[in-house]
Design a binder for this molecule. Structure first.
Ligand code: F6R
Length: 612
């Protein structure tokens, strides 16, 4: 949600900023802009509404912006419509400072009124511009820019990752962070800031994650970091484990397709190190036996697809652990009165580790005494840092807005966690434990065979891409799986779709089924196959066309009933959604492709939702 990249060094800043923005565009793509500063030319800024390419074209037609210190921004609009003026960077009235911002300044109205009274003229409708204007106003009344930065930060309420340029310090970049991600990159004679590592991985893998309240001063010679009281601090450095190729399309038409295809490898990386001689091992977990015995309730808190992982997890974990599991939308949880206490284990699931609602829910649960265990993909992210224990999914960078490989790895890890806890608590059925762990090891291979049937999903997509409404139905794990299938379809193809517990249909929704309605019936959960068949017969009797997804062993039976049948290899029922989700991802992908949609960057969406 908004991407920031900043550079200071010896090279021309603009090409580095544009390449960084290209990798950050998935975070927002309403508009883009760059600012550079140089002793000769002061601040130079270009920004415009639209995709990054529009900015590139604009810059190509102009004399080059010269300077070796600069900032870039790609926007996902919150305050003020996407247009040229509301794009970042924002410049102060007299052109002394330029600012890029990710987050929301909650008290911007009050600050704006104060500055208007002082005669400051505003250009945009954004909350972000107040930061630039207040900085210049404060700077004019104090000794140096850092004094001004600290005074301004003191006045801001809300969330921010900020990049700041000042004409008086043309070789310096200033960065600040509160509740929005920002990392520092250490290069050889150059320094960087970025919303995430993909933007700078081509230049350095040596990074540090900024914490709330910190301010960083970057020059070509290095980076100094200060805490909220302006005391210098030493940052812990991290080495990014993946390289630039992981953040590139590598010959695929879309990141989403590439990431779907990467799932076997992502699962292998996530599962294998934690599976030793048939035992699930979590070296990274600091949970003691006493902690485990203390828990009498488990919460899973997340948003979107990560929440859907929790929905699948509820079925598995309650069965493994014989413990109540509540799955909560983070945006609801944070404003509710959850019964969390020190006997609660709260599992927060997040690919980005920066989703603001999930972070706020985590903090709430923590304040109530809950033990926070997070399942996160982005190393060093806020949710990871604020948790008591973290299990990382090793999915690699996920660039497409619609999640695929992160979902798969989260799901595998959550199932493993449930089984692991059950084993430690002495509640695991040893035959089932052995069966699930054996199947876990086979999951990447089986998933590969699902991917090999991509043509079948493409064919079905060619039959149904022009529908304007689709229903997903399923029971138990298949119901939870349908939620994700439906979300994938609607977010990238813009087809309205609903997911229903199949048994609920006749309580109202079946009235929407008519001649030709497309129903995607999920029947991969063996124990309830016959029930699923009854529901398929019901919708067919009302004219529905049914695309059914089942397992290879049940395929023959399904073919007699459904209009079209797809199947995935059989595995343990607890893991079946891990295979079942892939045809749904590819079905959505191919439908969106047929409809000519912008698959990696669906309208109105952005990855890493760092605003409420
Ligand atoms: C859908 C999707 C979103 C995310 C949600 C949570 O394809 O990607 O629904 O799952 O925004 O994001 P994270 O997992 O980063 O907290």
């Amino acid at each position: 949600m908004c991407g920031i990249v900043g550079y200071t060094g010896k090279q021309a800043a603009v090409p580095i900023l544009l390449n960084g923005l290209e990798r950050l565009e998935y975070r927002g793509y309403d508009s883009a802009g760059v600012a550079v500063v140089s002793p000769e030319k002061g601040l130079q800024i270009e920004k415009c509404k639209g995709r990054l390419q529009v900015l590139r074209d604009k810059l190509a037609a102009l004399p080059p912006l010269t300077g070796s210190t600069g900032l870039g921004h790609t926007r996902w609009a919150t305050h003020g419509e996407p247009n040229d003026v509301n794009s970042h960077p924002h410049v102060s009235q007299n052109g002394q400072v330029a600012v890029v911002h990710n987050g929301i300044i909650e008290n911007y109205v009050e600050i704006k009124e104060f500055l208007l009274h002082k005669g400051v003229a505003f250009r945009s409708d954004t909350d972000s511009e107040v930061v630039a204007q207040l900085l210049e106003y404060t700077f004019n009344n104090c000794a140096d820019i850092m004094d001004a930065v600290y005074q301004v930060l003191d006045r801001l309420e809300g969330a921010y990752a900020l990049g700041i340029l000042c004409v008086d310090a043309p070789d310096t970049l200033i960065a600040a962070r509160k509740d929005a991600p920002l990392l520092l990159g250490y290069g050889d004679g150059e320094s960087f800031i970025a919303s995430d590592a993909t933007a700078i991985i081509a230049h350095t893998r040596d990074v540090a994650y900024m914490e709330d309240g910190e301010v960083a001063v970057l020059t070509a010679d290095g980076i100094r970091v200060y805490d909220e009281y302006r005391r210098p601090i030493e940052k812990e450095h991290h080495l990014i484990e993946w390289d630039v190729s992981a953040a590139e399309k590598g010959g695929y038409a879309h990141f989403m397709f590439k990431e779907i295809m990467e799932q076997p490898e992502a699962l292998r990386r996530t599962i294998s190190p934690r599976l030793r001689d048939g035992e699930i091992v979590f070296d990274e977990l600091s949970l003691t036996d006493e902690d485990l015995r203390r828990f009498d309730r488990l919460y899973i808190v997340a948003c979107g697809s990560s929440y859907h992982v929790g929905m699948v997890g509820k079925y598995d974990l309650e069965r493994f652990l014989r413990m109540p599991v509540e799955v909560c939308l983070a945006s609801e949880f944070r404003y509710s009165e959850p019964l969390v206490d020190d006997r609660s284990l709260v599992i927060v699931i997040s690919q980005s580790g920066e989703t603001l609602d999930s972070l706020a829910a985590l903090r709430k649960a923590k304040s109530l005494g809950g033990y926070i265990l997070s399942i996160v993909n982005v190393v060093g992210s806020s949710i990871a840092r604020e948790s008591d224990s973290v299990l990382y999914t090793w999915a690699g960078p996920e660039i497409a807005v619609a999640t695929t490989k992160a979902y798969s790895t989260q799901l595998a890890l959550l199932t493993m966690l449930g089984l692991y806890m059950a084993r430690r608590l002495g509640r695991a059925d040893s035959a089932e434990y052995a069966a699930v762990t054996a199947e876990l090891a086979l999951l990447p291979e089986k998933l590969q065979t699902v991917l090999a049937s991509a043509d079948a999903y493409q064919y079905l997509a060619s039959l149904y891409f022009n529908r304007d409404c689709v229903f997903f139905i399923g029971r138990n794990l298949d119901y939870a799986l349908g939620l994700e299938g439906s979300l994938k379809l609607k977010e990238i193809s813009y087809i309205h779709s609903e997911s229903y517990a199949a048994g609920e249909l006749k309580h109202g929704t079946i009235s929407l089924i008519e001649q030709g309605t497309l129903v995607v019936a999920l029947a991969t959960y063996g124990p309830l196959f016959d029930k699923a068949v009854s529901n398929i017969v019901e919708v067919k009797a009302r004219g529905a066309e049914v695309v059914a997804l089942t397992t290879d062993s049940l395929r023959d039976r399904m073919e007699k009933i459904a209009t079209h049948t797809l199947s995935v290899p059989d595995t343990h029922p607890a893991l079946q959604p891990n295979l079942g989700v892939v045809p749904l991802q590819l079905f959505a992908y191919y439908i969106a492709l047929q409809r000519g949609c912008d698959i990696d960057k669906p309208k109105n969406l952005a990855k890493s939702v760092t605003v409420e």
